[in-house]
Write a protein that binds this ligand. Sequence first.
Ligand SMILES: *[C@@H]1O[C@H](CO)[C@@H](O)[C@H](O)[C@H]1NC(C)=O
Ligand SMILES: *[C@@H]1O[C@H](CO)[C@@H](O)[C@H](O)[C@H]1NC(C)=O
Ligand SMILES: *[C@@H]1O[C@H](CO)[C@@H](O)[C@H](O)[C@H]1NC(C)=O
Ligand SMILES: [Zn+2]
Length: 490
Amino acid sequence: MKLTTTAVLAALGLASSAVASIGRGVPQDISHIPSLYQRHRDSGEYMRIVHKRGTPTEHLQRRAAPTDEASAAKISDPVAECTAYNLPEVAAIANKFPKPWENATIVSGDSEAQDVWKTIQGSGIIPTSVKPKGTANGDFSAFTPTYDKTDPDCWWTFNGCVKPKHDKLPADTYSCPEPSTWGLTFDDGPNCTHNAFYDFLLEKKQKATLFYIGSNVLDWPLEAQRGLVDGHHLCVHTWSHQYMTALPDEQVFAELYYTAKVIKDVVGVTPTCWRPPFGDVDDRVRGIATGLGLETVIWTDDTDDWQLPPAGTKSKADVDNNYKTIIGKQSASGGNIVLTHEINDATMQEFMGQYANIQAAFKHIVPLTACKNQTKPYPDMDITYPNFADYTSGKIDAKGLPSGTTIKASDADYKPQLAASYTSNGGAQATGGSAAAVTASGSIDKAKGSSSSSSSSTASKSASVAAFGTCSMVASLVIGGACAVASLFV
Ligand SMILES: *[C@@H]1O[C@H](CO)[C@@H](O)[C@H](O)[C@H]1NC(C)=O
Ligand SMILES: *[C@@H]1O[C@H](CO)[C@@H](O)[C@H](O)[C@H]1NC(C)=O
Ligand SMILES: *[C@@H]1O[C@H](CO)[C@@H](O)[C@H](O)[C@H]1NC(C)=O
Ligand SMILES: [Zn+2]
């Protein structure tokens, strides 16, 4: 039986309004979509802001540059916040990474990255039938007319597909299972002017999941450290923010690998989740992400806040209205994951302005760790985040966090871990680390999926998971050598 995505999602119990917003559709008018992000790659004003070696103005030269997270977090003048600084420990590792805002490729001579890439390629997790599409800045106009309308690649950009059509790939996380819950996520940070916004979150006792761009982490390392020190949950948002389904395999790998690695080196944790820029993901890209231990996170609702002026082309009233619609949709059957941005002052101000409205309508506003009961999102650090019950009862702080004076960038040993490895029984139980992350997303599907069509596909997918048996292949990537068992596709 063939079902449309809409029918499948409806069968899974999502409100039809959520269905409408889950897929953005193939962008018809791409002229303004890349323009905001294009600035990341041009040589104009944006590069002067994001590059570390700007020339400090005179009054700032008299002020000491921040040397640790604690001192950076105290700066309140936005011009000072965005004034370049130089940390010796970051300068020492910068040549291990692609250049900020340039296409990521494997850095010449990086044999560790080469080895990880070969292992992932050899694992068979990347479906070979799925080919790159369109262009890196999101022009799919030559590709889409030739694309099979049954969406064999599970291409989110095409119609919002979140359940991979290829074996071995876990479903995306896109909603929170608990009702009246707003899954709080901010993309595109760390932004150099974020102190007022992060102060606001501290004051409101609110944590979020932050999807950091690798280039921003290298350019603004102390700002990235603040995300963890403040108790937020960190995930990957690629190195140079392009349409991943357009890039060749190795570039997709490098975009994800170096972003996870820079978060490990600068902040000290290995992330296990990522969000595709523009939501642009298909099973080929999912395969590479899964190979790196990164769970794919989409959203149910999009505020379109990045289109706020002056950077974007929509009015504040339009974006207020988007928030209003999402706020009005809170549902008794399941929670939303909402797309909001740290990209600039306008988006951060907008959220702060809307926060009271969200609180008034939703019972809970939670980071994805709480949304999914995921207490150990980083396999390499003993940091424990509160589960849903603890978080919503007010115990919002993670345990084991570094402090603003002890956290320090270093040349750390980044070891990616497959999102899930499998045993021959297909996995009935989950163990810790990132395998649990995937299990958590599996259980979201369980909470949502009660239709018969979903249970029959469960059976066939479990069988193919059983056949996969990558445990030994994976062992070299798994920290501590443990071969975890994950229950997928339930
Ligand atoms: C980045 O890589 C893609 C894919 O190889 C290519 O089409 C694009 O032109 C590159 N962009 C830049 C700025 O080099
Ligand atoms: C951060 O926000 C400022 C102010 O809105 C903006 O100028 C800048 O481009 C943003 N980006 C980064 C990486 O800080
Ligand atoms: C979290 O765990 C608790 C206790 O095991 C359970 O009752 C609840 O349904 C779980 N919630 C989510 C969001 O998984
Ligand atoms: Zn983004």
